[in-house]
Design a protein around this ligand. Structure first.
Ligand SMILES: *Cc1c(COP(=O)(O)O)cnc(C)c1O
Length: 356
């Protein structure tokens, strides 16, 4: 099996793929509803929430749009420290919201003091934050950031994209008081792409009821009407819900803390290896991602030749840097089913490439 050290889509375990290969069921019937309910309840555990988790049968970006359309009438502050947080800003602007951006240098985390200052200057209905910037390999201090919002502007909604970290790095939705928390299937959940999850608290549902022009496809109230009946408003991507139900059992069997520790250890191995080989991790030591390591290409490796070599010899691949960081950095994702043994194989392969 080819091993993808890319930050999504990641490898899916054969037995998870197998779980999809079941007969279709009507999505308004007891059998399907039981599966949907089981999956949504288990999802609450990985979100650390007692509130609802919606299963969206579209990719995670749709949940970025859901958050904006339902929780923002006008003013939103987007914290931007990479490509995906910038995308969320674009989503807000393209939905006609009056979005301000709070920019941070790429490679840096969203900074609590800067957020505090911005919230003191102007009142915002919501703040958008990407927990783990997949483009730069930076994890922002979400717990501190959420506390700053509550301190300075308690009624501002906290919207968080954890597409490349949820189920890979601990995020306690309720304890940290996050209102809207989204993720996609094809990253830390190690499922095929096409499914997204969003935890939404009661406060956020009450706000949505007051927001005009929520649209139809991403209307939280319509979603809720069907969620309480353990289904979706539209035909869901049923095979992926089978896989979600199955995969969440596997994840919970591993144990969340064990899973987080596995990811942290694998990414640390990559950072240590890079430094030992004269390459500096792109992010500061204080905010390095635990699920995708971004490494400065200080030895000017030809990343496309490296990937050809890795594919031919080991059937594995890594990711080039994102956007402007292409060839200047490369990224090694250590999420999902990846094991330390896989990481060792990859690093040995990279050493073989560098030796030639
Ligand atoms: C991959 C990614 C997205 C996009 O998710 P899709 O499921 O492709 O829509 C958004 N945010 C982050 C942080 C990501 O890593």
């Amino acid at each position: 099996m080819a091993h993808m050290f890319v930050p999504g889509p990641v490898d899916v375990a054969p037995e998870v793929l197998q779980a999809m290969a079941q007969p279709m069921l009507p999505h308004r019937g007891k059998e399907y509803e039981a599966i949907h309910r089981r999956a949504a309840e288990k999802a609450q555990q990985i979100f650390y929430t007692q509130y609802r988790v919606f299963i969206g049968t579209h990719s995670g970006s749709g949940m970025q749009e859901t958050g904006i359309r339902n929780l923002v009438e006008k003013d939103v502050l987007s914290c931007v420290n990479g490509a995906f947080s910038e995308r969320w800003y674009d989503v807000a602007v393209s939905n006609g919201k009056s979005a301000d951006r709070l920019d941070f240098e790429w490679g840096k985390a969203v900074e609590p003091d800067a957020l505090r200052d911005a919230l003191k200057k102007k009142h915002y209905e919501a703040v958008t934050i990407v927990h783990n910037e997949t483009s730069t390999g930076v994890e922002s201090p979400l717990k501190e950031l959420a506390a700053v919002v509550r301190e300075v502007s308690p009624d501002t909604f906290i919207l968080v994209d954890a597409v490349s970290s949820l189920a890979g790095s601990k995020i306690e939705m309720d304890a940290w008081d996050v209102d809207f928390l989204l993720t996609s299937s094809q990253k830390c959940l190690a499922l095929p792409p096409g499914l997204s999850l969003a935890g939404v608290n009661d406060r956020a549902m009450e706000k949505a009821a007051k927001v005009q022009n929520r649209g139809w496809y991403f209307d939280l109230l319509l979603m809720e009407k069907h969620r309480v009946k353990n289904s979706t408003a539209m035909t869901p991507v049923i095979p992926l819900v089978y896989a979600l139900d199955f995969q969440l059992d596997r994840i919970l069997a591993e144990g969340l803390d064990a899973r987080f520790a596995r990811h942290a250890a694998m990414s640390q191995r990559v950072y240590d290896w890079a430094e030992a080989h004269g390459m500096t991790p792109y992010a500061d030591a204080s905010c390095r991602s635990k699920t995708v390591a971004t490494i400065g290409n200080d030895r000017n490796l030809n990343i496309s030749d490296l990937n050809k070599f890795l594919m031919e010899k080991y059937q594995i691949r890594i990711a080039n840097g994102y956007g402007d960081l292409k060839d200047k950095t490369f990224r090694i994702a250590t999420m999902g089913e990846t094991s330390m043994q896989d990481v060792d194989t990859l690093l040995a392969g990279m050493e073989a490439f560098m030796a030639q």
